[in-house]
Design a binder for this molecule. Sequence first.
Ligand code: GRF
Length: 216
Amino acid sequence: MSDKLKLGVLISGRGSNLQSLIDATQDPNFPAEIVTVITNVPDVAGLDRATKANIPTTVINHKDFDGRAPFEDALHAALQEAGVELVCLAGFMRLLTDGFVNRWLDRMINIHPSLLPSFKGLHTHERAIKAGVRFSGCTIHFVRPEMDDGPIIAQAAVPIRQDDTADSLAARVLVEEHKIYPLAVRLIAENRVSIENSCVKIEGASHSEQALINPN
Ligand code: GRF
């Protein structure tokens, strides 16, 4: 049996972040593997990506359940059944209850398309442009009961251009999302990530000395 960290990826849509994880795991030296992909929305493009990579998929449609608790029980059972050790939310568009989050505490991570704690929630790019900030970006964080909250593992900062639209900014941020998701998973799988006083510590982390300035 492989000693790689077993990932369960939860999606609701196109699955480009799922694809970045699939691509990373194709490297035999990557320390994690995807054992299941679960979607709450049937027929999404992300499912085809998983199937093409021979990863088992399950549809657990929240509309088939009478309330959040039974939906989350089914989700939990499917993750356990697959032997998942780390849940990766990748464009999973359902809010999870405290009960579910606590069952996977410190074993569930999310990607959010902003530099948290700024711009939690939806329409992040539109809101960042409107606020006139000079940088946006993306964040990988451990999931806590509050939406888009939790210890931050990795971030990428993307300069906002004067002529940016929400779509052009989203496209540049997405390129960085696809880098930091595999990076964060690798760090966790290598057992280099710990949480102290609600902040993540990374063993042997290296940092650039260079400040980003925008405009330059
Ligand atoms: C990404 O922008 C992610 O940050 C957000 O939802 C989007 C999902 O895109 N949480 P994809 O399905 O991974 O392509």
